[in-house]
Design a binder for this molecule. Structure first.
Ligand code: GTR
Length: 338
């Protein structure tokens, strides 16, 4: 088994197969001049999703700013495998760019857990300002020893619970429910703290698991709840707003190391510039997903007392914020205005 990610033989074969395929893409020369390069990018979401469109936009900007030396080829829709797999492929350089949520990086680098904590960010502007500041850069920089260069954060909105049974108003309503979580111990603990059973599972498997009753519910933001059509199987969306963990766009360190100093600065700046574009698309997408879901029969409820959830989840902070660096960063983010 692979130490970090627990890839089994099937996973390794898939990884080798994908890497060989990607090498083929590069060798057959889609783009890039002699000194240039087509950067291969992955995303679990479909082509029209804001994260994907932001990376496509970054590619266009990079192309024009480098006078055609760079461009980006996007593999959207999870076609290169689960997010866990693509993270590993990126660490050894089989992929150049990868947009992933922060949760599956929790087992790679503990500093990423800071931005995954339940009820840490108290508003969208708090989250954006924290991640745009040196605090965000500190988390991105912590990925480097793991073969990953954190380029920027994208929004992922607020995650809430949805399930097949009925509205959730208090943690007691979740007792015994099987709730799918992303592959992160912190997320598993968060669900257990509420008295429910956590089922870690990759994104692409959730629809079927809900439809077949293997799980009772899951949690996600408005756009993902909508685009995955999870609402068809699990129509009760209860606004617990328990986490505002962001997405990360990263580059493989091996590709980064091959860039000149000025090209590194160009890539980093262009990624940062794509964040503004992403946020515009994101805000519109959230509104659109909300209204479409309400029209499509999703049964949405507000939760009167969110402190019932935040108090139960709070012990998770102590359990996972172990190092002084994590604790200091949490204190600084909490001290910001929101
Ligand atoms: C979404 C995120 C996806 C995926 C998904 C999940 O919000 O954008 O990349 O991680 O959540 O729940 O697995």
């Amino acid at each position: 088994m692979n130490k970090l990610f627990g890839l089994n033989e099937v996973g390794k074969n898939r990884r080798d197969f994908i890497t060989a395929g990607l090498a083929g893409v590069v060798l057959t020369g889609c783009g890039g001049g002699a000194k240039g390069r087509t950067l291969l990018a992955a995303d679990a979401h479909p082509m029209d999703y804001p994260t994907v469109q932001a990376v496509v936009k970054m590619g266009e900007l990079l192309h024009s700013r480098s006078n055609g030396r760079f461009d980006v080829k996007m593999f959207a829709g999870g076609q290169l495998g689960s997010e866990r797999d693509t993270i590993e492929i990126t660490t050894f350089g089989g992929l150049d760019l990868n947009r992933v949520p922060i949760a599956p990086l929790n087992s790679v680098e503990p500093m990423t857990m800071v931005a995954s904590l339940p009820f840490l960010f108290r508003s969208t502007s708090h989250m954006r300002r924290a991640l745009d500041s040196d605090y965000g850069e500190e988390i991105l920089a912590a990925l480097k020893p793991h073969g990953l260069v954190g380029l920027c954060f994208y929004d992922s909105g607020v995650r809430s619970f949805y399930n097949i049974e009925g509205p959730i108003n208090t943690p007691a309503d979740m007792k015994g429910m099987k709730i799918r979580v992303q592959n992160s111990d912190l997320y598993v603990s968060m669900i257990k703290a509420l008295g429910a059973d956590a089922v870690p599972m990759s994104f692409g498997e959730v629809y079927q698991a809900l439809s077949q009753g293997v799980i009772d519910g899951a949690e996600n933001n408005w756009p993902s709840y909508h685009s995955t059509r999870h609402f068809e199987a699990a129509p009760y969306y209860s606004l617990s707003k328990h986490v505002m963990a962001p997405e990360i766009l990263m580059m493989s360190l091996s590709r980064w190391n091959k860039l000149s100093k000025s090209d590194r600065a160009l890539v980093k700046q262009t990624a940062k510039d794509s964040v503004h574009y992403m946020r515009e698309l994101w805000d519109a997408r959230v509104e659109n997903a909300k209204s479409t879901l309400l029209r499509s029969g999703a049964k949405v409820n507000d939760i009167a007392d969110l402190s019932l959830f935040s108090e139960k989840m709070r012990p998770v902070w102590n359990r996972y914020m172990i190092s002084n660096q994590q604790k200091a960063l949490v204190r600084k983010i909490e001290a910001m205005e929101f």
